[in-house]
Write a protein of this length. Structure first.
Length: 69
């Protein structure tokens, strides 16, 4: 399960290990084994968990709720 969240400034990315500052968005990924990963936007983009799309001339970040194959 994946859930997009907004950091309150106390979240660390489990991939690149940087602090995700408020009000940056991040993704919570719950693996089937019960492992929970928090990923910053950059890591989500790198892994293909998120992408930017352009809506009405604005760049909008979209998190994928399910894996894309
Ligand atoms: Zn990261």
């Amino acid at each position: 399960m994946r859930r997009g969240c907004i950091s309150l400034g106390d979240v660390q990315c489990d991939d690149c290990h940087r602090i995700i500052q408020y009000p940056e968005r991040y993704l919570v990924v719950e693996e089937t084994e019960g492992t929970v990963l928090r990923l910053c936007v950059d890591c989500c983009l790198n892994r293909g968990y998120a992408r930017y799309k352009v809506e009405k001339g604005e760049r909008v970040l979209t998190f994928f709720s399910e894996p894309k194959y």
